[in-house]
Design a protein around this ligand. Structure first.
Ligand code: NAP
Ligand code: G3P
Length: 483
């Protein structure tokens, strides 16, 4: 039975199988983003503690890689069940820690349990392969190569605040499935959820030292961990700025980076405008737009601009707004004051430069009402910056060629949506867009997890998705038999 890890008001850290308090007695107070109440404390770990964790991780991995795939898969199935049974514990933490509504918290946790099970299924079907010599150029029939996948060693998983369970587990499960050990550095606002999650794996039977956590502010210990000699791979999700910093510090350590986005919804004149507007509004405003894959700009052909804007205006009025303690809401308070200030800055900059606010533009504390802005032009920051908040700019374009051009001028390249009934044009546009994924007649979104998930340009490096993550966190090794 899963035990709540709260003890004496301190959230202890799982280090080498023991729940420890901070060595220096230094803690970070985690406050509710909704009412400012104290939810708990996590250790602000020192460099010495980080060294200790990473030594343990190195040692533990040596034994873990010798376990069978079946053994690891069975632990993952167990972890998925424990997680599912304890969905309530996670939901109660998440609501306060990251301000997500109950329904969305629950769906994040259940989706994560599915992800973990699916990882177990996938790793069981990975096969070693054989190459025989005369099957390839220059080989002799007496040569046979056996290729197997090897773990990389110690994986550092760094997760962001917005999906503290899902984006931690989507790194941990594939990493341990293929025989790595993991050190999780959760987002500070989200670290209590991270600690709960690690506890789930521990209770499922992951041996001591195979999954540990490092808590502490990224700005203080981040550089130290990412450049540590014991780290063999970094799997990071977060902002482009921190992603860039990590690559500059992590001298030669391979990485996967999932970073920011400015996903475009491109609307052609023949699109079904009702469906398009519903998809755009839901893609833009769920969890207040605090999703990497939120629709963050609309590029609409001029012939249907006014009609689309009318539909968007009609649908934005159905977006629910409020405090998730009370009910399920689409738009909830943003994670902190700095984020809310930034969103307001983008709205004000657009207004100053001539944009028209059609709806919203209202703030109460960190709660910003869903905001729709038209007449957005390319000199406005709102056209290019990732707001990570509930504001949707609409940019009028002459035709789809101009839409492709503007879409590709962005530094980001995560996803884009194309709304049209003309499949030839949809495929043409999809082919030209510089992004990892193009959705045709659907909002931008991550799943299903069997698909590759990647960003190009400033949106990331490398590929995730269950099979792809396992492959990224392992390497082929060939042993050649010379008969
Ligand atoms: P963030 O500020 O970049 O933080 C992400 C993680 O990095 C946190 O755990 C943070 O720890 C840590 N960190 C901070 N400074 C660090 C350093 N110098 N070295 C190592 N780690 C460091 O991002 P966020 O605000 O949590 O998340 C929002 C961003 O993530 C958005 O840009 C969003 O688009 C992106 N995101 C991308 C994806 C994707 O799949 N492409 C998914 C979700 C989110 P602290 O919390 O202690 O600072
Ligand atoms: O921003 C995190 C990303 O994983 C969002 O997932 O499914 O809501 O698009 P989804």
């Amino acid at each position: 039975m899963f035990q709540n890890i709260k003890e004496n008001d301190k959230y202890k850290n799982l280090v080498n199988g023991k729940w420890i308090n901070s060595e220096n007695n230094e803690y970070i107070e985690i406050k509710s983003v909704l009412d400012g109440s104290t939810i708990g404390f996590v250790p602000a770990m020192s460099q010495k503690e980080v060294d200790f964790v990473l030594e343990n991780a190195k040692d533990a991995q040596k034994k873990w890689r010798e376990t069978s795939i079946d053994e690891r898969a069975n632990i993952l199935y167990k972890a998925a069940s424990i997680l599912e049974k304890n969905v309530g514990v996670f939901v109660e933490s998440m609501i306060h820690e990251i301000g997500k509504d109950r329904k969305s918290c629950k769906s994040e946790v259940l989706r994560t349990a599915d992800f973990i099970r699916y990882t177990a299924d996938t790793v069981r079907t990975l096969e070693n392969t054989c190459l025989t010599g005369d099957g390839f150029y220059g080989g002799s029939v007496k040569k046979t190569g056996i290729i197997k996948r090897e773990p990389l060693g110690v994986v550092l998983a760094i997760s962001p605040f917005n999906y503290p369970v899902n984006l931690s587990a989507s790194k941990i499960a594939p990493a341990i499935a293929i025989g790595n050990s993991v050190v999780l550095k959760p987002s500070t606002q989200g670290s209590i959820c991270g600690l709960h999650l690690v506890r789930v794996f521990e209770e499922a039977g992951v041996p001591t030292g195979v999954i540990q956590t490092v808590t502490g502010k990224g700005s203080e210990i981040g550089d130290y961990i990412v450049s540590h000699k014991n780290i063999d791979f970094i799997n990071f999700t977060g902002s482009t700025d921190i992603g860039k910093r990590i690559t500059s510090k992590a001298n030669m350590i391979p990485v996967i980076l999932e970073l920011g986005g400015k996903d475009a919804g491109i609307v052609l004149e023949d699109a079904d405008l009702d469906h398009t507007a519903s998809q755009i509004i839901s893609g833009a405003f769920s969890y207040s737009g605090q999703r990497c894959t939120a629709i963050k700009r609309v590029l609409v052909e001029e012939k249907v601009h006014d009609a689309l804007v009318d539909k968007l205006l009609e649908k934005i009025k159905t977006v629910t707004v409020g405090n998730p303690i009370n009910d399920n809401f689409d738009v909830v308070p943003l994670i902190n004051e700095k984020s809310a200030d930034f969103v307001m800055h983008l709205i004000n900059d657009a207004k100053d430069k001539g944009a028209t606010v059609l709806y919203g533009d209202k703030r109460e504390g960190n709660l910003i009402y869903p905001t729709l802005v038209k007449d957005v032009t390319l000199d406005m920051e709102l056209a290019w910056e990732e707001p990570f908040g509930p504001v949707l700019p609409v940019i009028k374009v002459k035709d789809y060629k101009e839409a492709i051009d503007i879409a590709n001028q962005s530094e980001y390249g995560l996803q884009s949506s194309v709304f049209t009934k003309d499949m030839d044009k949809a495929f043409y546009i999809a082919d030209k867009l510089e992004v990892g994924t193009v959705q045709i007649n659907n909002k931008t979104e991550r799943g299903p997890d069997s698909f590759p998930f990647l960003g190009v340009k400033a949106s990331g490096i490398g590929v995730q998705g269950v099979k792809y993550s396992i492959e990224a966190m392992s390497r082929p090794k060939i042993t050649v038999i010379n008969l």
